[in-house]
Design a binder for this molecule. Sequence first.
Ligand SMILES: Nc1ncnc2c1ncn2[C@@H]1O[C@H](COP(=O)(O)OP(=O)(O)OP(=O)(O)O)[C@@H](O)[C@H]1O
Length: 401
Amino acid sequence: MSEVLVKVENVSKKFSKDFKKSLWYGVKDMSSALFTNQSNQNILRPSEFWAVKDVSFELRRGECLGLIGHNGAGKSTLLKILNGLIRPDEGKITMNGRVGALIELGAGFNPILTGRENIYNNGSVLGFSKKEIDAKLETIIEFSEIGEFIDAPVRNYSSGMKVRLGFAVAAQMEPDILIIDEVLAVGDMNFKLKCLRTIDELLKTTAVIFVSHAMPQISRLCNKIILMDHGSCLYNGNDVSHAIDVYYSKLANNGLQLDLKNEHAELLSISIGNTNDQESIPQIKRLEDLVINLECKVKKEYANPICILSIFDNEQKPIGTLINTNGLKSNISHYDDVYNFYKSKVTISRINLSKGIYSITFLVTEALMFKPLFRVQGVQDFQILSKIDLYPPVEFEGDWE
Ligand SMILES: Nc1ncnc2c1ncn2[C@@H]1O[C@H](COP(=O)(O)OP(=O)(O)OP(=O)(O)O)[C@@H](O)[C@H]1O
C-alpha cells in the first residue's frame, strides 16, 4: 500500500459570530497562554461555534478525497487548516510532501506583481529553485492560457484568469498533495475539463483533496468522501455514492413557502404516489415508475385547461416535460359556482433519470391559446436513487446490434 501523505487527527476549529468578541477572546487566549496553563480551546464561549469539529482522515498517494456539504458546512475552513492558513484549536495534522493548493480566488498571489513574477514567488514558496521554475515557466504559462497578460499585474486579472494561473501553478509544480476548493467553478467549460483531466493525470502520483458542489465531478474523481454538516462529519468513508445520496436528500427545499394560487387557478395538492411516506423527500429507485398525484382547481371560464409538469435537476436545468395534451377535462372530480376541480394521476414508467434531486414545476395553460394561467416553480422535489453514478441526467434505451 502506498504511503500516507495526509494524516488528520481529531481536528477542530471554532469561530465567533461576533467580531468584537472574537478579538477579545483572542487577547484573553494569548494572555492565558502566556501567564497560566489554562486553555479555552475545547469549550465554546458565547457567540462561538464549531466551524470544523473532530475531523479525522488519512490520505495516501493516488487517493482523492471529496469534501462535500451545504454552504457554511466548514469545507473551506478545513482546507485552510490543511494548507496552514488557519491554526486548528484542537487536533493534529501531518502532511508529508509538497502541497499545491488552490483555495481562495487570488490567494497566494501578490496583486501588484505580474503573473510571471507570481509564478516565481509561488514556486519558491513551494521550495523550487529559480532554475527549476525557469524550466517549468513555459508549461505553466501555456497551461494557464493567459497569453500576453502574463506580464500584467494580477490585480487586473479576471476571476477566471486568476483561477487559470492558480491551477496551472498548483498542478504543474508536481505537488505530492493537491488541495482544490470550489474555485474551479469560476473557470469556463473548456478550462474546467482541462483541470479535471489534469487531476486525473496527477492522481497517479498525488493525494488530492477536492471541494465541490458538483456531484458528478465528485463521483468521477473521488474514492474517499467526507460529507460535512455544521462542521462535523455526517459521513466519512469510501462509499462515495452513499454520501452523495445523503447530501442530495439534505438539499431538498421542503421548507420553501410557495404561493399555490392566483386569480385563475389553485394547486390544492401534489405528491409522489409510490414512495415511502417516512422519508423527508420522496425517493424512487431509477427505472421504477414515477407516479405524480395532483389536485387543482381552475376557473370555469377556462373549459379545458392543459396541465404541464416540467422536471428540473438540482441546478435548475430543465430535464423534461410532461404535457397533458388532452387537457384536464376528463379529470373533473367536482365543481362549484366559480371553479372546476380536477384530480389527476400521471405515471412515468421506468423513470431513467440518474441519481440526484429533481424538482417538478406545475403549469396550467388555457387550451386554445396556450396562454399560461398559473405556474409554481419547484413545487415538489424527489430523489432518484441508483447504484450507478451516471453524469448525464437521462439514460436512453437503445437497441445495440
Ligand atoms: N474567519 C472567520 N471568522 C468567523 N467565521 C468564519 C470565518 N471563516 C469562516 N467562518 C464561518 O465558518 C463557517 C464555515 O465556513 P466555510 O467557509 O468553511 O464553509 P464552506 O463549507 O466552505 O461553505 P461554502 O460551500 O459556502 O464555500 C461559516 O458559518 C462561516 O461563516
